[in-house]
Design a protein around this ligand. Structure first.
Ligand SMILES: NC(=O)c1ccc[n+]([C@@H]2O[C@H](COP(=O)([O-])OP(=O)(O)OC[C@H]3O[C@@H](n4cnc5c(N)ncnc54)[C@H](O)[C@@H]3O)[C@@H](O)[C@H]2O)c1
Ligand SMILES: O=C(O)C[C@H](O)C(=O)O
Length: 348
């Protein structure tokens, strides 16, 4: 009787506590048992909460640190009951920011205000620039070697802001700072699969440039599988990808912008960074990084992720005439947004 009880208890524990072999069965390499602390800043928000959930179910995470100006003890208590590997701790208020960041290998930042209908991402600059600057200052102090995934908008300016803060602190490593543009790729793949009438799971579409309006440049000429869609369909797909954020902002009618699809995209990108840290080969994602692919100092393109972040920024590859035209058109806007971020940091 007692033996039967123990057997059933053991199998219940085995089911609820993922062991190494459990991880291997799920297709993760033995490197997945490496220790990684991931901090989410803005973890009580619309993106932060589902992102916290998705990071909690990622077996590459051993410690999950959830920081916000308030509300994180509740989010952390909730998420911590999920029977996966990571330990979860909630931190609330500036006094606890240092603890939240100490020892972090990866910091994901979805902190800041979202758009309402009629606003551009740049309209968020006045509030979000200050938030990103202060969080970056804390990162430079408490976890200067961490990889940073910047989600807060306007990404075209917030990434240069973080870079300037890190440069001033003497901690800047251009391989470790990423603007998260994965949602543009996710959208481009979804919209393309619909038009090409192919299963979305096998689709790949690089998206380059930046993360706002015309600076978002999907390269459908490089999409796989190739579907040879007519020019007017490619133009409509390009426009829909560029306006994807606005489509959600309008549909939410004043209640914010994309949160669930962004949490998914943020989790995909964070997982790729962790795989790179673990030495998994050939991890490639599009991201807005320091770049010499064009004359602009930051640019989104495909990058290979490795043990130190960016291993290689890949060239744009062959562009169609339409994409080449889009590339030239986006440069002045992207340049101005980058310069605005740099100027803000130097003047404040
Ligand atoms: N990169 C992208 O593709 C992408 C996609 C969607 C949204 N976004 C951006 O992400 C940001 C967050 O969007 P959301 O919908 O989650 O907004 P939200 O208002 O729901 O959540 C933001 C959270 O940030 C917190 N916050 C504010 N100041 C903070 C600070 N100093 N430190 C820590 N936390 C702080 C708030 O308390 C809140 O919980 C916005 O700027 C939005 O534009 C980017
Ligand atoms: O559109 C927004 O304001 C949020 C985000 O940048 C998005 O692309 O959904």
């Amino acid at each position: 009787m007692r033996t039967a009880m123990l057997r059933s208890l053991r199998s219940a524990v085995a089911r609820s506590a993922p062991s190494n072999s459990h991880l291997l069965r799920r297709g993760f390499s033995s490197e997945s048992v490496l220790e990684h602390k991931v901090a989410v800043l803005g973890a009580a928000g619309g993106i932060g909460q589902p992102l916290a959930l998705l990071m909690k179910i990622n077996p590459l995470v051993s410690k999950l640190s959830l920081y916000d100006i308030g509300g994180t003890p509740g989010v952390a208590a909730d998420v911590s009951h999920i029977n996966t590997r990571s330990e979860v701790t909630g931190y609330a208020g500036e006094d606890q920011l240092g603890q939240a960041l100490e020892g972090a290998d990866l910091v994901i930042i979805p902190a800041g205000v979202p758009r309402k209908p009629g606003m551009t991402r740049d309209d968020l600059f006045n509030i979000n620039a200050g938030i990103v600057k202060s969080l970056s200052t804390a990162i430079a102090k408490y976890c200067p070697n961490a990889i940073v995934n910047m989600i807060s908008n306007p990404v075209n300016s917030t990434v240069p802001i973080a870079a300037e803060v890190f440069k001033k602190a003497g901690t800047y490593d251009e391989r470790k700072l990423f603007g998260v543009t994965t949602l543009d790729v996710v959208r481009a793949m979804t919209f393309y699969a619909g038009k090409a009438n192919v299963p979305v799971t096998g689709v790949n579409v690089p998206v380059v440039g930046g993360h706002a309006g015309i600076t978002i440049l999907p390269l459908f000429s490089q999409a796989t599988p190739q579907a040879n869609l007519p020019e007017d369909v490619i133009k409509a797909l390009t426009k829909r990808t560029q306006d994807g954020g606005t489509e959600v902002v309008e549909a939410k009618a004043g209640k914010g912008s994309a949160t669930l699809s962004m949490a998914y995209a943020g989790a995909v990108f964070a997982d790729a960074c962790l795989k790179g840290l673990n030495g998994v080969p050939d991890v490639v994602q599009c991201s807005f990084v320091q770049s010499s692919v064009t004359e602009l100092p930051f640019f989104a393109s495909k990058v290979i992720l490795g043990k130190n972040g960016v291993e290689k920024v890949l060239d744009l590859g062959p562009l169609s005439d339409y994409e080449q035209e889009g590339l030239e058109k986006l440069k002045p806007e992207l340049k101005a947004s980058i310069e605005k971020g740099i100027k803000f940091t130097n003047e404040n």
